[in-house]
Design a protein around this ligand. Structure first.
Ligand SMILES: Cc1cc2nc3c(=O)[nH]c(=O)nc-3n(C[C@H](O)[C@H](O)[C@H](O)COP(=O)(O)OP(=O)(O)OC[C@H]3O[C@@H](n4cnc5c(N)ncnc54)[C@H](O)[C@@H]3O)c2cc1C
Length: 436
């Protein structure tokens, strides 16, 4: 008898957890991702600030699943789903919209950044969602110091050394803190014409506080810490314009050559593929067993799913995706094998949230426990190491962190122009005409 086919779209936190939960299922599991790697997004800001290399936070998906004999990994982009024919359409380097059939489908396609209707901002303010984004931001940041050092007119140094981060959620706060440490430690003695420590770092958010998902006390502690690190925190201010030379915040212009977008996220188009009900943000409304209404064979998990628990929507964090993916995998396993009892409704267990603010300081919130300072930072470091995909990454990142902590030196400070089209990166070349 042919084995049932289970298709998982996405090899992020949700998709990978689902695949692992299906490792002993007598089924043909196919995991499709448009990237060949699983990315540990919580550490993207460390790539952007040159603390870690891209390969220290990402691992090929097929390496992670190499021992899982029932699972095939396909590199390809899913472009749609046909619920009636029970197939997804996949495009890759040389084929478009190839139908791949399924008996069960798990969509774990995550989210991307959203410019809140201002897509024109993207050109001047890269987001922080993929490895390419983080490397582009790293290039921009390091390039600004190089340009300032080469600039003989000191009046231009101020604009070149102003870094603006839009969005004071965990990514913006972590990036601002890491940037402040970078300019005051690693870069401090390497330049002659400029003083990197004089760099201006501005964190802007239209909300009233930083880290809105944390308690007021922790949000205040994070804000104070940022200020101690020299970060200017501009709250209650919307960014109205972003161009190549800076931003407009309400009526004030802040000149800057480096603006990074760390604000909103938008889910993948899974809702449109499924023609399913979505919430206001566009996430697919799923049932308590994470399936799509009317389709018990289709599950949506992680950032692209919407489910309320205790009257509140589950947050877009890694643990929700991991627990959701594992749950969907276990439920399908029990259906395929007929094993009883079947898992009850999905229930998210909140293990807590953390954010790091510069060297040796984090905020941690878990149930009634609220901590800030060095102890929270140690917990943050231990948890992040634990959740990296492989033991080799855990060891590499641990050693890198220990080295950086002790010496201030960074993992990767290379300006590498992979695209050849980053604004300000491609050197202007003088065309030398051949002699006639
Ligand atoms: C910068 C940043 C920092 C974060 N920090 C934290 C943190 O500190 N703690 C925390 O808990 N959470 C954090 N998060 C959120 C967390 O990373 C997400 O909640 C989590 O990744 C969601 O998992 P997922 O499986 O739903 O999606 P993802 O992990 O994003 O995975 C989605 C996968 O689907 C693939 N994919 C998407 N579309 C397609 C398609 N059409 N075809 C094929 N493949 C596709 C993608 O390539 C990707 O591999 C952070 C996120 C970002 C961006």
């Amino acid at each position: 008898m042919a084995l049932p086919r289970i298709v998982i779209v996405g090899g992020g936190f949700g998709g990978l957890a689902a695949a692992k939960a299906l490792r002993k299922t007598p089924a043909q599991v196919i995991l499709i991702d448009r990237a060949n790697h699983h990315l540990f997004q919580p550490l993207l800001y460390q790539v952007a600030t040159a603390a870690l290399t891209p390969s220290q936070i990402a691992t090929p998906i097929r390496t992670i699943l190499r021992k899982q004999k029932n699972t095939t990994v396909i590199l390809g982009e899913v472009t749609g789903v046909d619920k009636e024919r029970k197939c997804v359409f996949v495009s890759n380097a040389d084929r478009d919209n190839v139908p791949v059939e399924y008996e069960y489908l798990i969509l774990a396609t995550g989210a991307t950044h959203s410019y809140f209707g201002h897509d024109e901002f993207a050109k001047h303010a890269p987001g922080m969602k993929s490895l390419a984004d983080a490397v582009a931001s790293r290039n921009k940041i390091l390039q600004a110091f190089e340009q300032a050092e080469a600039e003989e007119d000191p009046s231009r140094h101020r604009d070149l050394l102003t870094f603006i981060l839009v969005g004071a959620g965990p990514t913006g706060v972590e990036l601002a803190g890491a940037l402040a440490v970078l300019v005051r430690t690693t870069l401090k003695s390497e330049f002659r014409r400029i003083n990197p420590a004089s760099a201006r770092i501005v964190l802007v958010d239209r909300g009233p506080g930083v880290l809105a998902s944390f308690s007021e006390k922790l949000s205040e502690a994070a804000k104070q810490r940022l200020k101690n690190l020299g970060v200017e925190v501009l709250l209650g201010h919307s960014v109205d314009e972003i161009d190549a030379d800076g931003i407009m915040v309400e009526d004030e212009r802040i000149p800057s050559k480096t603006v990074i977008w760390t604000a909103g996220v938008a889910p993948s188009p899974a809702g449109a593929w499924l023609k399913a009900e979505t919430d206001r943000a566009g996430r697919v409304r799923v049932q308590r067993d994470l399936s799509v209404p009317g389709h018990p064979e289709i599950f949506v998990v992680g950032d692209t799913a919407s489910l309320d628990q205790n009257g509140r929507p589950l947050p877009g964090v890694a643990q929700v995706a991991i627990q959701g993916g594992r749950y969907a995998g276990n439920l399908i396993h029990s259906r395929v094998t007929g094993s009883l009892p079947r898992p009850g409704p999905f229930s998210y267990f909140d293990k807590g949230t953390m954010a790091v603010v510069g060297k040796g300081f984090a905020v941690l919130q878990s149930g009634k426990v609220q901590m800030s300072g060095f102890g929270a930072w140690l917990a943050w470091a231990a948890v992040h190491l634990q959740f990296l995909a492989t033991s080799s990454l855990r060891l590499a990142v641990f050693l890198q962190w220990a080295w950086t902590y002790a010496t201030g030196q960074r993992g990767s400070r290379l300006i590498v122009d992979h695209h050849g089209s980053e604004p300000g990166l491609t050197p202007k070349r003088t065309v030398v005409k051949p002699a006639a």
